[in-house]
Design a protein around this ligand. Structure first.
Ligand SMILES: [Zn+2]
Length: 281
């Protein structure tokens, strides 16, 4: 099923249950600073396949690469995803949907590029590759959140229950955010760690960078390799428990079905770049 079809089906299910869904506001608004959340953004890679080769040709990569020596990295700003509003994933479950997708702060791309350019063994003194690596580093982590939303949407459609994702995000994810209980962030980093070849960041360097992140994020190490699947089972169980859909056989079935084994692919979803925070009085 294409993402457009999935979203259309979800819209119909939400409309049939509008009175129940109405009370849910996007809880990410409580985590991301409103000055960034509501700031202007421009869309990248629209109508263009997302690949390392195409990324190299973009203006934002040349701009990052050209100014790489001028970036002050003494105050690191580009390492911890949602916890310092570096990048976040805006789910399509919430209305308005016009800005769903991956959101990235340009300043974080600058600091990350400069850090990779200076310190990452395989990127040292390579401005273009450092700039691209910084983009894929943020994108791959956020892409995992998209996969989890998709998987939950499929379960919602199967069970005719449009509240699973909203319940999970409000009652579990935001409550455990920035703690070791936050399995979704640990798995998002584990997903990124296993894709060091896609973001072209040397694996030991990437490992150290992720271990230096905040609680929850740095717990990826407990879900790497074969333990990734155990983490997925735990996360799907957390999500399904929200509406008493929990059953071990069903959870294992969900984790093992085709859509989920395709988790290793990486596709284009809307990508938004934010440059200037919104001034909020
Ligand atoms: Zn995240």
């Amino acid at each position: 099923m294409t993402i457009e079809n999935l979203i259309n089906k979800l819209c119909r299910l939400q409309q049939q249950n509008i009175s129940k869904f109405d009370k849910f506001k996007n809880p990410l608004l409580g985590l991301i600073s409103p000055s960034w959340y509501f700031s202007d953004s421009v869309r990248l890679f629209q109508g263009m396949e997302l690949s390392w080769k195409n990324c190299e040709k973009t203006d934002f990569v040349s701009r990052l690469a050209n100014n790489i020596n001028e970036i002050d990295i003494s105050i690191p700003e580009g390492s911890t995803f949602e916890s310092n509003f570096c990048s976040w994933y805006q789910p399509y479950h919430y209305i308005p949907r016009d800005k769903w997708g991956v959101h990235i702060r340009y300043r974080c791309l600058q600091t990350l590029s400069a850090e990779f350019y200076r310190d990452c063994p395989n990127l040292t003194n390579n401005p273009i590759d450092s700039a691209q690596a910084s983009f894929f580093y943020l994108y791959i982590h956020e892409f995992f959140h998209y996969l989890i939303e998709n998987e939950t949407t499929s379960i919602e459609l199967e069970c005719s229950d449009p509240l699973l994702y909203a319940n999970y995000l409000s009652n579990i994810y935001t409550k455990v955010f920035n703690t070791n209980e936050c399995i979704e962030e640990a798995l998002a980093n584990s997903y990124l760690f296993e894709r060091s070849n896609l973001c072209r960041i040397e694996k030991q360097y990437l490992k150290q960078k992720l271990l230096n992140q905040l609680p929850g994020y740095n717990n990826f190490i407990n879900y790497s390799d074969s333990k990734f699947k155990d983490g997925l089972i735990q996360l799907i169980a957390q999500i399904m428990k929200q509406r008493n859909h929990e059953s071990n056989t069903k959870i294992i079935h969900v984790v093992e079905r085709d859509e989920f084994s395709n988790i290793f692919s990486l596709e284009n979803i809307p990508i938004w770049i934010h440059q200037i925070p919104l001034h909020i009085y």
